[in-house]
Design a protein around this ligand. Sequence first.
Ligand code: AMP
Length: 212
Amino acid sequence: MEIILFGAPGAGKGSQAKLLSQNYNIPQISTGDILRKAIKDRTELGKKVESILQSGELVPDEIIMQLIEERLEQQDAVNGFILDGFPRTIPQAKALDELLNKKNISNLHVIMLNVDDELIVKRLTSRRICESCGKDYNLISSPPPADGKCEVCGGNIISRPDDNETTIRNRLKVYYEQTSPVVDFYCRKGNLIELDGSGLVADIYKELIRHL
Ligand code: AMP
């Protein structure tokens, strides 16, 4: 099962990817998570990309493709994977096509989650995550414990540095300019499934499974 989860920042790709990953026992591959880990670990890559993530712009395609190529080589991805936050540009989508052709993968499911911009801003400004294990919280729909410590691992619960309104609006602008053309790319190929991403995670997931 090879799946791409597509949609604007805050559309719910990560939440759906986690559920799909458990259900099909295939890894969630989030380029954003890989980059944030590099920043946290202070690696060379992390230092190079930190200010880019902070501003909401996109990391260069060559860097992203190298990360993806390495990740797809790992053993846990041989039976399938869920791509979350990749591809985000036409060159990335074309490079992915070539990579999948080489691996003889032709049955790619591309899921598009549609959510209104103002709901996205509301969701992301109230999103919180555990700094250690990455568990998602939301001040409105799933508030973190009152002591500010993660209920799973006890880590600190923080707001992502790029979840402030100025950066969120820039991420949306970047999405419409550079990423939404990728939707047309997959639409023309005929393997795009569009879903309304504005409801509850569990309801959207049911709909998603029905389509798959
Ligand atoms: P995300 O966690 O998917 O919202 O990504 C957070 C940030 O990481 C984005 O705003 C970009 O700066 C960077 N990023 C993640 N995935 C990509 C990608 N496929 N191409 C370029 N930049 C990316």
